[in-house]
Design a protein around this ligand. Structure first.
Ligand SMILES: CC(C)(COP(=O)(O)OP(=O)(O)OC[C@H]1O[C@@H](n2cnc3c(N)ncnc32)[C@H](O)[C@@H]1OP(=O)(O)O)[C@@H](O)C(=O)NCCC(=O)NCCS
Length: 154
């Protein structure tokens, strides 16, 4: 199995981020939107990069924005063939560590209510549910899906 390490992504990684995001979510953001997100103040992406000479970005990504002492976990995904191997947990831990370095003390996120894997990952990482946003997401069939809002002190 190829070993990988979690590192900060650069603007040159936007195409690969967009590819991975589209395999993970019903609503593709596209590379332009990801580039725009990464240009927001305090925004950064963490990716799993193979520890081979080519250093390919393989398994997954997390995008976070830190504003003052609060962080928003904007998205996190692991490509379908590589799930349940601990990559999501590693990405989340690395993203929270980087957010802490940048001054965050509290992190917020939204996750689709019917996303049992995502909700389980966040609960297990110590996030607590704050509330619910009706119709926040749209699935592949165009149906509206509620989001659960969660928070964690870091
Ligand atoms: C959610 C997601 C990021 C998890 O990534 P992953 O690499 O499979 O997660 P991990 O292997 O690190 O799992 C860590 C823990 O989370 C929980 N978990 C993860 N996926 C789960 C699932 N499908 N069902 C139940 N629990 C799950 C488990 O407690 C797991 O620990 P365990 O494997 O020891 O039981 C991945 O499934 C994904 O990309 N899904 C699509 C995008 C998404 O939903 N992103 C999150 C919401 S923004």
């Amino acid at each position: 199995m190829t070993r990988s390490t979690v590192v900060l992504a650069g603007i040159e990684d936007v195409e690969r981020l967009a590819e991975m995001q589209a395999t993970c979510f019903d609503e593709p953001w596209g590379s332009a939107s990801i580039a725009k997100t990464l240009s927001l103040p305090g925004a950064f992406a963490m990716v799993l990069r193979d520890t081979t000479p080519a250093g390919r970005i393989s398994a997954g990504f997390a995008i976070v924005q830190v504003v003052t002492d609060q962080a928003d976990l904007l998205t996190l995904g692991v490509v379908p063939g590589l799930r349940r191997r601990g990559y999501g947990k590693r990405l989340l831990a690395a993203a929270l560590a980087e957010a802490t370095k940048r001054g965050a003390k509290l992190v917020f996120l939204e996750v689709a209510e019917n996303n049992l894997g995502g909700v389980a990952l966040y609960r297990r990482a110590g996030f607590e549910t704050m509330g619910r946003r009706e119709g926040y997401y749209r699935d592949r069939e165009g149906r509206r899906v509620a989001a659960v809002t969660m928070r964690r002190e870091i």
